[in-house]
Ligand binder design. Structure first.
Ligand code: ZN
Length: 280
């Protein structure tokens, strides 16, 4: 199958920024992937180039403040944009342009959601961020697992397509160099095992360490991503994720995680969030 790319989410970070995240489909090549991001007022174009030559990333933030034709004068922001905004992303794999792929154009707002839903969503996102920050939340670092890129040179076996080292310092068991993407700092609430309904009657040790985490909706997490409690350095592996929706717009996500044992390779990963401001 040929390489493909699709959006995982396009979410407004009111009032000036838009966060977008994508997934690659069948990224079989090992090496560096390059991305181009474009924006348009129409799904048919014309397309305005926002970023070219972006190497190896799974997300991009379109910041309206960065753009000379969208000055921060209190007038132009996401609330005042009357028209729809569309994005598209093109990926070039290590083998070059001949194998490139492009997302379908995707709008920021769903067609069915009007201004009220957008205002409500923004309000909820804001409230939730405040609640998480001030009342019962903890600071979390979300580390998305690498699912494409340069394969591990120390332990990846090309023939069996598996990792051969349990404690690999290059891929941390993911088979890809560096293992995880840079951390994104967010806020969430962690419900300890006592509050989690047991999923099965199995006496499996993993069941005992299952937690439920509610966190803000950017970035969207997937199975096997890492969530690190910044204050305690406790590390969780995501087992499943579901969105909480408001008129088809999610404001937070709920994930079931298993707490990783301290001796595991995931604890050897350096997670430095000092230079990373929270997204919201
Ligand atoms: Zn490795």
């Amino acid at each position: 199958m040929a390489l493909g790319i699709k959006f995982a989410q396009i979410i407004p970070l009111f009032p000036y920024r838009v966060f977008m995240q994508w997934d690659l489909i069948d990224p079989t090549e090992s090496g560096s992937y390059t991305f181009t991001i474009e924006r348009s007022g129409s799904s048919a174009g014309p397309w305005e180039l926002l970023q070219a030559g972006l190497q190896n990333n799974y997300n991009h933030i379109d910041d309206f403040r960065d753009q000379p034709d969208h000055p921060v004068d209190g007038k132009i922001n996401l609330f005042s944009l009357q028209r729809q905004v569309y994005y598209r992303v093109t990926v070039v794999p290590p083998s070059g342009c001949i194998n490139q792929a492009q997302t379908d154009p995707q709008g920021l707002y769903r067609v069915s959601a009007g201004p009220l839903a957008d205002g409500l969503r923004r309000r909820l996102q804001h409230d939730e961020a405040i609640i998480f920050q001030r009342l019962n939340g903890v600071r979390l670092a979300v580390l998305k697992r690498r699912r494409w890129g340069e394969r591990c040179t120390m332990c990846y076996d090309v023939l069996t397509k598996t990792v051969t080292k349990e404690h690999c310092p290059e891929c941390y068991g993911t088979s890809f160099k560096l293992g995880y993407w840079d951390p994104v700092v967010t806020f969430g609430r962690i419900y300890p095992p006592n509050n989690v309904m047991p999923q099965t009657t199995s006496k499996d040790k993993k069941e005992a360490s299952q937690h439920l985490i509610t966190l803000l909706d950017v970035p969207m997490v997937q199975d096997q991503d890492l969530i690190v409690e910044i204050d305690t350095n406790e590390r969780h592996r995501v087992e499943s994720q579901k969105q909480t929706e408001l008129r088809r717009k999610s404001v937070h996500q709920q994930v079931t995680t298993s707490l990783i044992d301290r001796g595991s390779v995931e604890y050897e990963l350096m997670v430095d969030t000092r230079e990373v401001p929270p997204l919201l």
